[in-house]
Design a protein around this ligand. Sequence first.
Ligand SMILES: Cc1cc2nc3c(=O)[nH]c(=O)nc-3n(C[C@H](O)[C@H](O)[C@H](O)COP(=O)(O)O)c2cc1C
Length: 202
Amino acid sequence: MKKRIIVGITGASGIIYAQRVIEILLTLPTEIHLIISDMGWKILKHEIKVQYDDFTELIKDLKNDRKVQADVIIHDNTNLFAPVASGSFPTHCMVVIPCSMKTLSAVATGYTNNLIQRAADVTLKEKRPLILVTRETPLSLIHLKNMVTAAEAGATIMPASPGFYNHPQSIDDLVDFAAARILDHLNIEYPHIMRWKGNNAG
Ligand SMILES: Cc1cc2nc3c(=O)[nH]c(=O)nc-3n(C[C@H](O)[C@H](O)[C@H](O)COP(=O)(O)O)c2cc1C
């Protein structure tokens, strides 16, 4: 069975991270269940400066000339009848990327008002990996407390904060670094990852 992964895109800055993770997942034997919130869609158009009219154009662009192995299933964020809304539909993991503080608060309180929130809630209750890639800074006490609550319930909070020890030369390098670490936590093997091998300076 292909690895079944739910990808939620919410209305935080950092859409480029989602773009990169999806581009990589497309080249692997995966089944991607993609859900984009209304604000996620608006910020996607704003940050990656495209005027997609619908998801088909977006996916076509993400596929580009890549050797695509993945199946992509797109769900409407209002459709709580979608398979990923139920724990009886087996999935491997879910990533919310980027994850807004609003969606984080929904995860922390179990308030599931749309499909991304419901799928995240289900992923937690089924004890499957849930990665929340936050971007907000600075963090209020409310954000921090919500992060603790979500982490205690089993979520992995992964702020999009790239490292600099591999000497990134471009924005792409920074994004690749974050994407690689996210894939690690989704238990997705992706061999083209630059890993720290140590040095003698320490
Ligand atoms: C340009 C722009 C950037 C935003 N960036 C963030 C952000 O980085 N983090 C965040 O929590 N909210 C951010 N917001 C606010 C969210 O979009 C807003 O709270 C929204 O209700 C989130 O809804 P969603 O989680 O359903 O997508 C941003 C809004 C705009 C217009």
